[in-house]
Design a protein around this ligand. Structure first.
Ligand SMILES: Cc1cc2nc3c(=O)[nH]c(=O)nc-3n(C[C@H](O)[C@H](O)[C@H](O)COP(=O)(O)OP(=O)(O)OC[C@H]3O[C@@H](n4cnc5c(N)ncnc54)[C@H](O)[C@@H]3O)c2cc1C
Length: 358
């Protein structure tokens, strides 16, 4: 029997970050993951951007989650001795006078100053993007190469012999003497970090998950280049390796990792309205985001079985949200803090009574 304080199921972005936070607190951790090659974390673009959408809305919690993400991923690169965090400015060309006015109204809010770059590369992009109305440049933007981050974390956990590559079978878990027993492991707590697949769990299916499938294209531009992330309708992300990612789509009617023709068409139509450069598509990937119906994470304890916890629901913004909430959750788990009510699964406990099936 191997004893641990926390048995984590799933080591995507959420499980990786929580494991690192708990290990840093001196906790005994064991992680199980079946290394699903198409998990959201392994296909995600990993963008972080404090001001999103057509109406230039500041991301929920931006002023706390952005300092946390810069701090966390920079330190993680040192701990894991690998490069995966790439701050990179984002250029957003505007497509009408109305958008110029909308931006002027929003940007007069002094709290936006932190995120707007006064250096504007508008002219630089006249030949390569449809740029008639100029644009704005955002800072504190960039991308996490999530696949590299997750893989570096797996190696780190393997080196400490606290990682197992296997498929977790929920029906094999038993609670005995207040402890969780699963195969050779005896844990004080079991934490589910399984992404959208936790929506099918016997323990968590009562929660209002709303998974969203997304596709991304990998493209080559042969007659020009982009130094910034370019974003309008879709985004173009220059990867350190020399190619570009273009994405992404949102579909709520299918939950699988198979790239589709409809997504490819949607993305190429959007790209054709943004970029003037000819391109070749070299690959297409798809994954499913673990979103919740109120777009807030699901963090906290099962209403009936106190040994079971969930760290999930990071949806479209996992890269920005996970570091801040992993640190908050890890502190709460060791009795040094609390989980904010707005992200706590307790906000949905009422639904549990309706669908209790075991
Ligand atoms: C196309 C696309 C683009 C995206 N772009 C961005 C972006 O630009 N910026 C951003 O912030 N976010 C983006 N996201 C969202 C981001 O990927 C997610 O928020 C984040 O990766 C979720 O991480 P997770 O660890 O909760 O889930 P996952 O990445 O799904 O990880 C779950 C892990 O659990 C494991 N697992 C599940 N069940 C079992 C089991 N029974 N046994 C063993 N292991 C199991 C899986 O193998 C996997 O490793 C994107 C997602 C997609 C699909």
């Amino acid at each position: 029997m191997q004893h641990c304080n926390f048995l984590l199921i799933g080591q995507g972005l959420a499980g990786s970050t929580l494991a690192l936070c708990l290990v840093a607190q001196g906790q005994k951790v064991q992680v199980i993951d079946n290394l699903d090659t198409n998990s959201a974390s392994r296909v995600a673009a990993g963008l972080f951007n404090p001001i999103t959408g057509n109406q230039f809305v500041k991301t929920w919690q931006a002023d706390v989650i952005f300092p946390a993400l810069f701090n966390f991923y920079t330190k993680a690169e040192q701990t894991l001795q690998h490069r995966f965090f790439f701050p990179l400015p984002l250029y957003k060309p505007l497509d009408s006078i109305e958008k110029q006015n909308a931006w002027l109204a929003e940007s007069s809010d002094p709290s936006y100053a932190l995120y707007v770059d006064t250096q504007n590369p508008s002219d630089q992009y006249n030949q390569t993007v449809f740029n008639e109305f100029g644009g704005i440049t955002l800072k504190q933007t960039g991308y996490l190469n999530v696949k590299e981050y997750v893989e570096a974390t797996t190696r780190y956990l393997q080196a400490q012999s606290i990682f197992e590559n296997s498929k977790f079978i929920e029906n094999e878990v038993v609670i005995k003497d207040n402890k969780v027993h699963y195969r050779q492991y005896v844990a004080d707590h079991l934490i589910f970090c399984g992404g959208y697949k936790d929506a099918n769990s016997r323990l968590w299916s009562w929660l209002p998950f709303s998974p969203a499938k997304g596709d991304i294209l990998f493209v080559d531009f042969e007659q020009g280049s982009y130094e910034h992330i370019i974003n309008r309708g879709c985004w173009i992300l220059p990867m350190a390796a020399g190619y570009y990612k273009v994405g992404s789509t949102y579909h709520w009617d299918e939950f699988n990792e198979i790239p589709t023709e409809r997504a490819r068409k949607e993305l190429t139509e959007k790209l054709d309205k943004l970029s003037r450069l000819p391109y070749q598509i070299r690959q297409q990937v798809a994954g499913v985001r673990p979103s919740s119906s109120d777009r807030k994470p699901f963090i906290g304890q099962h209403p009936a079985y106190k040994q079971y916890w969930l760290f999930n629901g990071f949806g479209t913004k996992g890269v920005s949200l996970v570091p801040y909430y992993a640190q908050q959750f890890a502190a709460a788990l060791v009795g040094k803090g609390a989980i904010e009510p707005i992200v706590n699964v307790a906000r949905s406990y009422k639904k549990y009574g309706l669908s209790k099936s075991f």
